[in-house]
Design a binder for this molecule. Structure first.
Ligand SMILES: *Cc1c(COP(=O)(O)O)cnc(C)c1O
Length: 457
């Protein structure tokens, strides 16, 4: 499988290369030159597979010849061994919707599903064999903990995690900062998530620095994360044996983009429903065709407090007739004037596939409360936005809502909504007793670079 960039189709990278680099050298995102499309009979042959066997099938399409299926199967099984449920995910019918619980991994967020596999990929592809690898990752709360859990104590790998200071939940922070390993560095940046992401992207674009520290990335722009997330769309379709909509709490557009790829791979589905919070740039774009930046606001759903939704560039590439020129023009407009406008044709393609709704904090609280009162089911605030969005979309299909985090991670918000404490999941029973360790840095690229250089001496 060959990979190129959304900004340069002439590039020719292997899976191993794009995995270890994360971001393309021209600042674009890696995409595969082709995507396997399953026929109806091929789909049938997959329908009874266990989650890990299905994951092996789907993921293997994207990593040949660097990784053979047998090795992949072992690696995937190992990754999902430490999930609280054998089938990795759970599907529950609650009221009119189906909840796809993706949060039974070690850090209670859907990001574990990709990240645990990625941790093993570093070993299997011998990424850190010859030279120490320094992974730098920006997090709005859940990516960081999932990365730390997956990469903790791995040979020859350091992890630097940048989170926005005081802008994530206490539990999110504690899961990251109490790990106690010498290869993990937590940095609280005095800024928001977009600031953290910008610092990481600038480091990646700085070739000298990137090479000097042998830098690697596991943010949701890493194609390896996307391919692991495609799996649960297939799995859910096979379990329910019917075509449904999927409603997805959305920030960086990684999770829902995986759904889009599943559709391209031939999976029958209704609408992909983007749920955002007050940071509604994607909702506005999908409904109006104009992608326009505004201030990031802090909300009760911090993992979605984003303006620059990186993976959206992958969709832009597709809806711009796979023309890198068009993508580059849009990205230049964004850089220079803080916005870009899509052609009507492109907007129509998007609207055909996606719906989008913004759910504000008051509504999120109300949804958590109603859902609990009606069904006795406790939603985390992110999942609640997608429940809210699913109610607004009117078509005849059922909707599967992706449950992206365990409510315990946002216990303070849940308490406001239903005046109840969420019981502590086993995975993190010891958390309250552990000691935190993190450093606070200014929102300044050079200072973060200096910090990293000092630590890796
Ligand atoms: C990361 C995250 C999201 C957003 O996912 P994207 O792939 O960035 O769109 C939503 N909810 C939770 C709980 C998350 O951790």
């Amino acid at each position: 499988m060959r990979y190129f960039s959304t900004r340069d189709k002439k590039l020719n990278f292997s899976f191993r290369e794009i995995f270890s680099r994360g971001l393309a050298p021209d600042g674009g995102l890696f995409i595969p030159s082709e995507i396997k499309k399953y026929s109806d009979s091929e789909l049938k042959s997959l329908q009874d597979l266990s989650y890990t066997d299905l994951a092996t099938e789907i993921i293997s399409n994207f990593c040949s010849p660097d990784l053979d299926k047998q090795k992949l199967k072992i690696l995937v099984s190992k990754a999902y061994n430490n999930f609280a449920t054998k089938e990795v995910v759970k599907i529950k019918k609650v009221g009119d919707i189906y909840l796809l619980e993706l949060y039974h991994g070690p850090t209670l967020a859907f990001k574990d599903i990709a990240m645990q596999v990625i941790g093993n990929l570093y070993d299997e592809l011998n990424i850190a064999d010859k030279k120490k690898v320094n992974i730098v990752v920006a997090t709005s709360g859940d990516t960081g903990s999932a990365a730390i859990s997956a990469l903790n104590d791995r040979n020859n790998i350091n992890v630097f995690v940048l989170h926005p200071h005081n802008k994530i939940s206490k539990t999110q922070r504690k899961i990251m900062t109490t790990i106690g390993s010498t290869n993990i560095y937590n940095i609280a940046i005095k800024g928001n998530f977009d600031d953290c992401q910008k610092i990481v992207k600038e480091m990646f674009s700085d070739n000298r620095f990137r090479e000097k520290i042998n830098m690697s990335g596991v943010n949701s722009i890493n194609w390896a994360r996307i391919i692991c997330q495609i799996v649960y769309y297939f799995y859910t379709y096979f379990k329910l044996s019917k075509k449904t909509n999927f409603a997805v709490p959305t920030g960086n557009f990684g999770d829902i983009y995986a759904g889009y790829v599943a559709k391209k791979m031939g999976l029958p589905m209704g609408k992909l429903i983007v749920a955002t919070n007050q940071n509604d740039i994607l909702t506005r774009t999908i409904n109006s065709g104009e992608y326009k930046l505004s201030e990031v606001r802090s909300t009760l759903t911090p993992s979605m407090d984003i303006q620059i939704s990186s993976n959206f560039e992958r969709l832009l590439f597709d809806i711009s007739e796979r023309s890198e020129k068009k993508v580059i023009n849009l990205m230049n407009d964004l850089q220079n004037q803080g916005s870009f406008s899509l052609e009507e044709k492109a907007v129509n393609i998007i609207k055909d596939i996606f719906d989008a709704e913004a759910i504000d904090d008051d509504e999120t609280i109300r949804i958590i409360r109603d859902f609990f009162n009606n069904f006795g089911f406790i939603l985390d605030p992110h999942t609640a936005t997608a429940v809210g969005a699913s109610y607004k979309v009117k078509n005849s299909l059922s909707t599967v809502v992706l449950g992206t985090a365990h409510p315990y991670k946002f216990a303070d918000t849940v308490k406001i909504a239903i005046n109840r404490d969420v019981s502590t999941p086993n995975q993190i029973a010891e958390l309250p007793k552990k000691k935190e360790k993190f450093d606070i840095l200014d929102n300044n690229l050079q200072k973060v670079k200096n910090y990293i250089l000092e630590k890796i001496q």
